[in-house]
Design a protein around this ligand. Structure first.
Ligand code: AMP
Ligand code: MG
Length: 504
């Protein structure tokens, strides 16, 4: 990786603070140089000034016409060659040897205030060599959804790609009909996916695999580089990062919707928000995605799918894990086996905090399962149930606000007796416990019906004030925000959204 493949020293364009980034130093077969496909009449819908600041970028410049040209893919940053990255992936279990950035472009790398490399990518910026039959564009609706949900996840403290900007293009895209087009600017720790490794493995490209693994180690898991077997350590680190990530999803009721191996990041960030959604009522089999007819990516399946995906990463890495195949397979299996314990550790610890338990006892998970099961049978809202438990700490048996969330409140009362008994074994005062519970049980999540309403206002009326308001509520998910309490409400019967779309 010593020579730079691309000479960018005299590429014209606005000075943005972004650089080419070192992904371009990887072998040429990892990406395609891409030309821009300018759009007619870009307009800035929203710039995330706080994130721009964090990335060391000049927000005023990005909001200027020159900056807008960059965010719309009408100009590339000075000294940057935009790249479309190559990757493969299992989509709904079927291997596709070539996917790649078909509607996305890497437009540079920022070194953030903490000294970390962050990749900046446009999504919806036009066709690339990987577009196959697609138009390379994005519709406004999915762009607003990704903006809202990824920023909500960040505010919840869950590792995620971030939203830097949303721009409307002034052009239409054609999906189920004509829809306004938009471009989303995404920021990621990197865009290396499980599918990136699969792309090289499928081609028998051992040298490429090694280069990518070395790069991923240097960028995300430098400690792995010092281990006796750095590639096994890389696998173990990714297993751990994804176990913790999926546990975080489960603890807030998040359903990714398309956990294909090309949509799982090596860094452990949530990436590729498509038909994702948060559940309202707790049901483990919940699926929203219109294309997931068999429920492969249902809420409760997510940990299993994560291991399945990691097994595909392990397979791709086999040639690097040991000199002979048997030893490599044995090492890979041992690494994958660690997922379950890591996942449970993270999920159980999180569940205890959600229940206000500050110590751990063997019976705690049966207590948690008892609540979840009662919620499932009683159409109880996942988010509100946990949030209101903390408000009921001082309530007498058969009283409090939580029971009313259950179709048969007496079933909750029965469970609450067990819970109160368990709490009595701890010494904390209610006030401290309540504060702790409020800091882990969000009041506000991006509820589907709210996201849909924001999309309708933006798409049908070019009205982005509901978008702004929802974003501001979701920026403080754990705060009471009494004047915004309506945003905490689950949908009324007629507001319920049962299906979400990828919008590709
Ligand atoms: P996704 O389901 O969004 O993760 O995308 C899967 C693959 O389809 C990726 O290779 C995308 O680049 C590609 N793709 C999705 N939408 C489009 C589009 N509108 N034009 C071209 N390629 C697309
Ligand atoms: Mg994808």
């Amino acid at each position: 990786m010593d020579q730079l493949n691309i000479d960018v020293s005299n590429r014209a364009g606005p000075a943005t603070g972004l650089g080419q980034g070192d992904y371009a130093e990887l072998p040429e077969r990892f990406f395609q140089r891409a030309d821009l496909s300018p759009v007619r009449a870009p307009r800035l819908i929203r710039l995330n000034r706080q994130l721009a600041e964090e990335l060391g970028l000049d927000a005023d410049f990005l909001a200027s016409p020159e900056g807008l040209a960059v965010l719309a893919g009408n100009a590339s940053p000075k000294n940057v060659q935009p790249l479309a990255l190559a990757y493969a992936g299992h989509q709904f279990g079927n291997f596709v040897p070539q996917l790649g950035d078909g509607r996305a472009l890497l437009i540079g790398e920022a070194i953030d205030r903490a000294g970390k490399r962050r990749d900046v990518q446009l999504k919806g910026s036009g066709r690339t060599r990987f577009s196959r039959g697609g138009d390379g564009r994005a519709a406004l609706g999915p762009v607003l959804r990704e903006y809202i949900v990824s920023e909500a996840m960040a505010a919840l403290g869950i590792p995620t790609t971030r939203a830097l900007a949303a721009v409307s293009t002034g052009e239409m895209v054609f999906r189920e009909g004509a829809m306004p087009g938009a471009i989303f600017t995404r920021v990621a720790a990197s865009h290396i996916r499980i599918g990136t490794f699969q792309y090289l493995a499928a081609r028998g490209d051992r040298e490429g695999l090694k280069a990518l693994a070395d790069y991923a180690i240097a960028r995300h898991y430098p400690d792995a580089g010092a281990q006796e077997n750095p590639y096994l350590a890389l696998l173990e680190n990714v297993v751990a990062a994804q176990a913790r990530l999926v546990a975080r999803w489960m603890l807030v009721g998040f359903i990714h919707g398309v956990m294909n191996t090309d949509n799982m990041s090596i860094s452990g960030e949530t990436i590729d928000y498509g038909p994702c959604a948060f559940m309202d009522n707790y049901h483990p089999a919940t699926v929203f995605s219109s294309i997931d007819s068999r429920g492969r990516y249902a809420y409760a399946n997510q940990p299993h799918i994560a291991v399945w995906n990691l097994a595909r990463l392990a397979e791709a890495l086999l040639p690097l894990l040991a000199d002979n195949e048997d030893a490599a397979v044995e090492a890979a299996e041992a690494a994958l086996k660690k997922f379950q314990a890591l996942y449970e550790e993270a999920f159980h610890a999180g569940m205890r905090r959600k229940l206000g338990l500050l110590t751990g006892r063997p019976e705690d998970m049966a207590l948690a399962a008892g609540l979840l099961d009662t919620m499932d049978r009683n159409e109880a809202d996942f988010t509100l149930t946990f949030r209101s438990l903390g408000e009921d700490l001082g309530a007498a048996a058969g009283e409090g606000v939580t029971r009313a969330l259950f179709a048969r409140p007496a079933e909750f009362d029965d469970w609450a007796v067990r819970w109160k008994d368990r709490l009595a074994r701890e010494s904390e005062h209610d006030a401290e416990r309540q504060a702790a519970m409020r800091s882990v049980n969000p009041k506000f999540i991006p509820r589907n019906h709210r996201v849909e309403a924001v999309i309708r206002a933006g798409v049908d009326r070019s009205d982005f004030s509901p978008f702004e308001e929802l974003l501001s509520v979701l920026a403080k998910p754990f705060d009471e925000q009494p004047e915004m309490v309506a945003y905490a409400d689950p949908p009324k019967m007629e507001e319920r959204v049962l299906e979400t779309f990828c919008g590709t």
